[in-house]
Write a protein that binds this ligand. Structure first.
Ligand code: SF4
Length: 234
């Protein structure tokens, strides 16, 4: 058993490409250090701030969230202030972001954390998942981005990169669980590196390995990606 703050063990996924994972990690981390965007929620480890950003990012693109994130935190600077706010006011503070169910869930999450956890957001993904509006991805993201735990966080961007890099021909059946297993297997064990790995692979999916086009020629992991290597072949 390797040491570290790993939070969950997964069975080994059957991918012939996983031998390239160490080099994939190394290249991804180096690229992220140089090219990762300076986003406000990347400058903090405050669990409440990270949670707010993750709720906002669930259905809203990064470029739109920035202004709302600052405005919301100015209005509700602590989880206690959000928990104590009237429902209508929280909804009104969400104006412009849409998908108001997120605001209702965030509000309920804050109330539950204040009531049942003395205002302290848990760091364990399993505990996080019991909170309103917190699914598997958000639990992993908060554990990683706020607490620097070695927890996988597979959103649509990450799933796309993992599929193209490690499971290019995998059938759709049970693909999601394979991708989560792969993420758990290749994420670094050290918390700071795990933080950068999760941020980096999301960034790669957002900027280079996008849904519209895979820019393999510009990609830092092309030589170790199953899809990218095919494009390198003469
Ligand atoms: S090499 Fe291409 S397919 Fe592979 S991760 Fe990079 S952009 Fe995506």
């Amino acid at each position: 058993m390797r040491k570290g703050n790993r939070v969950r063990q997964f069975p080994s996924p059957p991918s012939q490409f996983l031998g390239r994972a160490p080099e994939f990690r190394r290249r991804l981390l180096r690229w992220f250090r140089r090219h990762g965007r300076d986003l406000p929620w990347r400058r903090t480890r405050d669990p409440y701030h990270v949670m707010v950003s993750e709720f906002m990012l669930q259905q809203t693109p990064v470029w739109r969230v920035g202004a709302y994130y600052h405005r919301f935190l100015e209005r509700y600077p602590s989880i206690e202030s959000l928990a104590a706010a009237p429902t209508g006011m929280v909804r009104e503070s969400w104006d412009g972001l849409g998908y108001y169910r997120r605001a209702a869930n965030l509000h309920r999450m804050a109330q539950e954390v204040v009531r049942d956890h003395a205002g302290v957001i848990p760091s364990d993904p399993a505990e996080l998942r019991r909170l309103p509006g917190v699914g598997r991805y958000t639990a992993g993201a908060v554990a990683s981005f706020a607490f620097e735990r070695s927890a996988p966080a597979v959103d649509t961007n990450v799933a796309r990169v993992l599929r193209r890099a490690f499971h290019p021909r995998a059938p759709a059946k049970a693909l999601t669980s394979r991708l989560w297993a792969t993420a758990a297997q290749i994420i670094p064990h050290r918390g700071k590196s795990a933080w950068a790995f999760n941020q980096g692979i999301m960034e790669l999916g957002a900027l280079i390995c996008t849904a519209r086009v895979a820019k393999c020629g510009e990609c830092p992991v092309q030589s170790v990606c199953a899809t990218g290597r095919r494009r390198l072949s003469p």
